[in-house]
Design a protein around this ligand. Sequence first.
Ligand code: SAM
Length: 317
Amino acid sequence: SQKAKDAVLIPRYVRVNTHRTTMDKVIQSFKKEKYKYVDQAPDDLRELPANSYCRDPHLDDLLVFTPKTDLHNHPLYIAGDIILQDKASCFPAHVCRPPKDAHAIDACAAPGNKTSHLSALMQNTGRIWAFDLDARRLELLKRMTGKAGCKNISPVHGSFLEVDPTDPQYAKVEYFLLDPSCSGSGIVSRLDHLVDGDEADNTVDERLKNLSDFQISVIQHAFKFPNAKRVVYSTCSIHAQENEQVVRTVLADNPDFTLAPRESVLPTWQRRGLRSEFNGSDQDAEAVVRTDPAHDLTNGFFVACFVRSSNTVSTTT
Ligand code: SAM
């Protein structure tokens, strides 16, 4: 089917792990192999020739290889110098971008790709508490972030919803990355199943309702931390119920928080939120990011960034 073909067409994105190496070193290293470096990324990444690679036009720590390039046995991957991560899932850490020495919370962190990305952007300074409810997945996070050379992560097993926001140890936490469980409907290899619909509509609706209730509670909990100032919410879902509708509900309930303006939320990314879901507020729709698997050569994804109202001028880029 077309959707299955889309899956094969997604480029191989390679995040350079700046804890262990640099973009230049990785570019040089691949040049010594069969891969050809293309200086200027083509406007349409599908035009990247076979066995070539280029820098991603949006993210400064990402390389793009052609689809099906298999790097799972590559020495740079085995060493932890590169991380194989879809482009869209690199968005949340970039949008959050805590400065050096910041305190941050990754609320639903395992297996930890976004945690290690945050850690790299913070240059291994400050502190990141990484919570996850699933002990086995948290062990994986410890292994992966250890291999990546992260030294500023404190993994904690348990529900983020049970964490006491007034605990003095979190007094300086300003940055939150919230990537809670979602339907996963944006993951390209799962789209066939969803489109073909082997679940009854009411089962799907109920599942989405349960998920969005959970997603809302995670965001509301982050807002209770006294110094929360930049709260990034993401899903790998294409459903408005888990995306724009969650944002709208949370904004209506929390006048202290607004959406960070487009200027600090991947401004060069063209696909923004669904206007129809924001009652015609172009500003709110523009403030959030969507990716469309059919057009953007990534999985389907959504990112929103809340800031405390008194703080809306704070940008991180
Ligand atoms: N951010 C991760 C990454 O980039 O590697 C992926 C996170 S995954 C979408 C959602 C995670 O939330 C799962 O690992 C799940 O175990 C965890 N989770 C679910 N409920 C939770 C809760 N109440 N508190 C903390 N983590 C929870």
